[in-house]
Design a protein around this ligand. Structure first.
Ligand SMILES: [Mg+2]
Ligand SMILES: [Zn+2]
Length: 227
């Protein structure tokens, strides 16, 4: 029997990248490693929500010269680890005909290379862009907020999720942190880690904390929160 029978509508998965598919947040890792002056204040402003994610991420990368492209890219590719069970979750989605989308607040120059081994179609990966032609790194925003979102997300997860009407789909978000907060409020079910678990508790959103993607496969086979 298909696991889809457990859900009231066909499920669709929206999965965060940094700190979810990867073990830690690559933007934070880059800033901690290269220590451009002023990055810590920008992170604080993003976390306490006095600065939008789009503004803050743009400002942080603008602290790094474009000439560091190779160095920054190599650092991330060498240090990012993939969370256990990720290939198995993708296989589960193929077997059960469940659409899987990467919805990332990360940047193309590290998201695409890190996902390359997994065979996810390019049009199922949403992330921000980058421009290294100026003096400093400039982040570009091909997937900004639609008229329904005023959060200045940068890559707007709610805009992607809204393409799948709640009347037709059971919308499942997987994530860990601040870039997932807006999307979590829309989703039918959240698989959460870290700050996102706290946020879901605080807001009373239906969520299941997870450690690895194997945990998620288990819960999907069981029908999420269903008994
Ligand atoms: Mg994340
Ligand atoms: Zn948005």
């Amino acid at each position: 029997m298909s696991a889809n029978h457990h859900f009231p509508r066909p499920p669709v998965l929206f999965c965060d990248f940094d700190g979810t598919i990867t073990l830690s947040d690559n933007i934070v890792a880059v800033m901690q490693h290269f220590q451009p002056h002023g990055w810590e204040d920008i992170v604080k402003d993003i976390v306490n929500e006095s600065k939008s994610i789009q503004q803050g991420v743009g400002e942080m990368f603008a602290l790094l010269p474009s000439s560091m492209k190779e160095e920054v890219t190599s650092y991330i590719l060498a240090n990012a680890g993939i969370r256990s069970g990720f290939p198995e979750l993708l296989e589960w989605c193929r077997e059960h005909n469940v659409p899987f989308y990467v919805t990332s607040g990360g940047i193309d120059f590290f998201v695409y290379p890190l996902l390359a081994p997994f065979g996810i179609p390019a049009d199922h990966i949403y992330c921000n862009g980058s421009d290294f032609t100026g003096d400093n790194i400039r982040i570009t925003w091909p997937h900004t907020c639609d008229d329904h979102c005023d959060n200045n997300c940068g890559m707007c997860k709610t805009t992607v999720i809204r393409q799948f009407p709640e009347t037709e789909y059971f919308r499942i978000l997987i994530g860990d942190s601040i870039t997932d907060f807006a999307g979590a409020k829309l989703a039918d079910l959240v698989f959460s880690r870290s700050h996102l678990t706290e946020k879901c508790r605080e807001l009373g959103l239906p969520h299941i904390p997870f450690g690895t993607f194997h945990d998620i496969i288990h819960h999907l086979d069981e029908g999420g929160l269903a008994q």
